[in-house]
Ligand binder design. Structure first.
Ligand SMILES: [Zn+2]
Length: 437
């Protein structure tokens, strides 16, 4: 089917060329690229197959065939010694920034243009780590939407970005500006704050208008906001319902940052599509996840990273942040263990930006600690994350018609996740971004 289309395109080009078409003398390659895979994990969750060839034209996978094929291939990429699998998906990053001692000055020293250029660096690092898709859940809207569009247009090398822009939050909430003098807070305030159902409808509409692909909200307090306001529910039930209804009517999914059980359960009851962190969720919460079909994105790496920092003598973390940071990591891993046993749908996400960009794959080992098999952890970062982000028709598997988002690692990652932290080959939408020999 696709092959026929390709031939038709070649004829159309030759019709404009006037002179004898090149394909009349030399046989045209039917495929731009053929990747010969020693083992192919085409659909994570199913068993890998030995000795397969993935054939690609343009940015799309044409087909997958048995054996090492090269006929009709303009370029053959030998990955015979490796396991080839779909590009990884991180459902929760902040691609424009990284935590550190000076991070809080960024808000008053950096422009949107500065943040976009920072994002270019982090996006490249993320892609080279094997992540061909990310969801950016909170950052400068102007910068992140421009970066998303530049990557999609092929101007900049990076993962496909599903972008939220600024998270919607109540006044003083986790995604409101915090930790500055009142006059600085007043100067930095944006249109993402909302108070009351009507105002929260406005905030959703303005986020969609600005370019948001997905709506991120802060249902509870957060660890890294410099406020002494705990981790409990912050958006009211009425505000949550207004947000879900407005976002869904505009075709957008809603994902909620939530640590406290009250906020997790309230967001689930209001019809949220995903819970981020979900730290203090319990058996009752798991029932709510299952009733609504909402996804859980645990971001264990963020918890581990902030705990490491909070435990250092002379940490840069302000006291209210440090106290919250020391508690969450150990709780989170137990919650994920119980949620998995209860049958909650879990998608891979890291909150990278809290941790270092390019280290996203450290989450795999943490999921394994929480009871995942390596194969389940890979499925969470491919098939499942694609479904969560509504991208199953685009990425998450190696199958005809999907984007050629393909990586390769040494060894068998369905037995041991360690090689996923050292990805050797990366192709994003048909373009090779990395091939270590
Ligand atoms: Zn986050």
């Amino acid at each position: 089917m696709v092959r026929i289309k390709f031939t038709a395109a070649a004829l159309a080009v030759s019709a404009f060329a006037c002179a004898a078409p090149a394909w009349a003398q030399t046989p045209a390659a039917a495929y731009d690229t053929c990747i010969q895979a020693g083992a192919l994990l085409a659909t994570p969750g199913q068993a890998p197959l030995a000795q397969q060839t993935v054939r690609i034209t343009g940015s799309r996978i044409v087909d997958v065939v048995a054996g090492y094929q090269s006929q009709g291939c303009a370029r053959v990429i030998d990955q015979q010694a490796r396991t080839v699998l779909p590009g990884l998906i991180d459902s929760h990053v902040h691609i424009l920034s990284e935590q550190g001692p000076n991070r809080r000055f960024d808000a008053v020293t950096k422009t949107s243009a500065d943040r976009a250029f920072d994002g270019v660096v982090y996006a490249k690092r993320t892609l080279e780590a094997g992540f061909t898709t990310v969801a950016d859940l909170g950052g400068d809207p102007e910068a992140v939407f421009a970066l998303r569009d530049a990557i999609a247009a092929g101007k900049v090398s990076g993962p496909r970005i599903v972008a939220a822009g600024l998270a919607i939050t109540p006044s003083g909430g986790h995604a409101d500006v915090n930790g500055f003098a009142p006059e600085v807070l007043a100067a930095l305030r944006a249109n993402n704050r909302c108070n009351g159902a009507d105002d929260c409808r406005r905030a959703v509409r303005e986020a969609v208008q600005a370019g948001a692909d997905i709506i991120k909200i802060t249902a509870t307090g957060g660890v890294l906001s410099n406020t002494n306001a705990g981790l409990a529910q912050q958006l009211t039930d009425e505000e949550l319902k207004a947000i879900m209804q407005t976002a869904h009517s505009m075709g957008r999914a809603v994902v909620a940052h939530a640590h406290g059980k009250d906020g997790i359960d309230a967001a689930l009851r209001a019809g949220v599509d995903g819970i981020e962190h979900g730290t203090y969720g319990d058996a009752e919460s798991f029932k709510l996840y299952k009733q609504s079909g909402a996804w859980y994105v645990p971001t264990l790496l963020a918890g581990v990273t902030v705990k490491e920092e909070a435990g250092k003598p002379g940490t840069w973390m302000p006291k209210p942040v440090q106290e919250k940071a020391l508690k969450v990591a150990d709780t989170a891993i137990g919650t994920v263990r119980e949620a998995r046993k209860a049958g909650v749908k879990i998608a891979f996400g890291t909150d990278t930006g809290v941790s270092r960009h390019g280290d996203n794959a450290r989450e795999f080992a943490l999921l394994v600690q929480a009871g995942f098999t390596p194969a389940e952890a890979i499925k969470a970062a491919t098939v499942d994350a694609a479904e969560h982000l509504r991208l199953s028709a685009e990425t998450g598997r190696i199958a005809p018609g999907l984007a050629a988002d393909i990586i390769a690692v040494d060894g068998d990652p369905t037995k041991d996740v360690a090689p996923l932290t050292a990805v050797k080959f990366v192709m994003a939408r048909g373009t090779v971004a990395k091939d270590v020999r």
